[in-house]
Design a protein around this ligand. Sequence first.
Ligand code: C2E
Ligand code: CA
Ligand code: CA
Ligand code: CA
Length: 279
Amino acid sequence: AKAHGKNGYTIFRPEMYKDSSEELFLETQLRKAVEQNEFVLHYQPQVNIHTGEMIGLEALIRWDHPEVGMIPPCKFIPLAEKTGLIVSIGEWVLEEACRQNKEWQEKKILPKVKVSVNLSTQQFIKQDLVDVMKETLKKTNLDPHCLEVEITESMAMDFSRAVKVLNEISELGVSISMDDFGKGYSSLSYLKRFPIHSLKIDKSFVNDILVDENDAKIVGTIIAMAHGLGMKVIAEGVENKEQLQYLKEQNCDQVQGYYFMKPLSPYELEANLDQMIRD
Ligand code: C2E
Ligand code: CA
Ligand code: CA
Ligand code: CA
């Protein structure tokens, strides 16, 4: 394998998945990253749309590669999924997010907010997921009500097992959010049978609210339907005041997006808390 350094870097292009030797190289790098703990979490606030209060933070992983610098999740999560490395990465994410939230609460840097962790399909189908979550909550001493997991529709492949696992997670006191809603083959029967507390409208819809009348209608309809089913709705990818205004009119509950704050490192987040836009 070739190419190190910031210029002419070719290791992490998506095309490399076609080339097995490059993929093998990335896999070796990724294994090393797991062993040497080269990952970091950034956090993005989730805001109550009516009060402007921060009520949660989504934990988003980045790979802080010693030579390349910060690598976004889209560049390595797919291979991590494919190789199964996502399981140990995901366990680290869970523990680190819980630990960080507990620390912020204890130091009174943050009030009691939820930290949301993205689960991968590989993690979800592993038998010990609920035990791992239980252990992690115990170890970090975080109130289960301050943890949320974000799942996607792809996890419903084994429908009855998914219902069972989600019920167990819910019984721990952990909330469950359906991520990327509307993006895939969303099925209303999932919503009916899963113990889901909130539904996250995918940013592709939010993005087009102001330009595409159909997207605007879909967003309004998703919000009304979710409320009808007793769920809260969070819209992701809110980038401007106009989108926020529309979501408010449609009675959306929570928002997350660059308009409020980009995902930030813990250090940056602490430094920027007082500057968060409250509208
Ligand atoms: P996602 O779960 O849908 O996360 C939302 C993505 O939208 C994040 O990208 C976030 O930085 C970005 N975003 C937030 N606000 C805005 C906005 O206003 N406009 C735009 N255009 N984008 C916004 P990110 O951090 O690059 O993560 C990408 C995806 O990688 C995530 O999508 C999630 O599927 C996956 N991912 C991230 N962290 C983890 C993790 O710890 N575990 C797993 N399994 N997947 C993760
Ligand atoms: Ca998410
Ligand atoms: Ca999304
Ligand atoms: Ca997602």
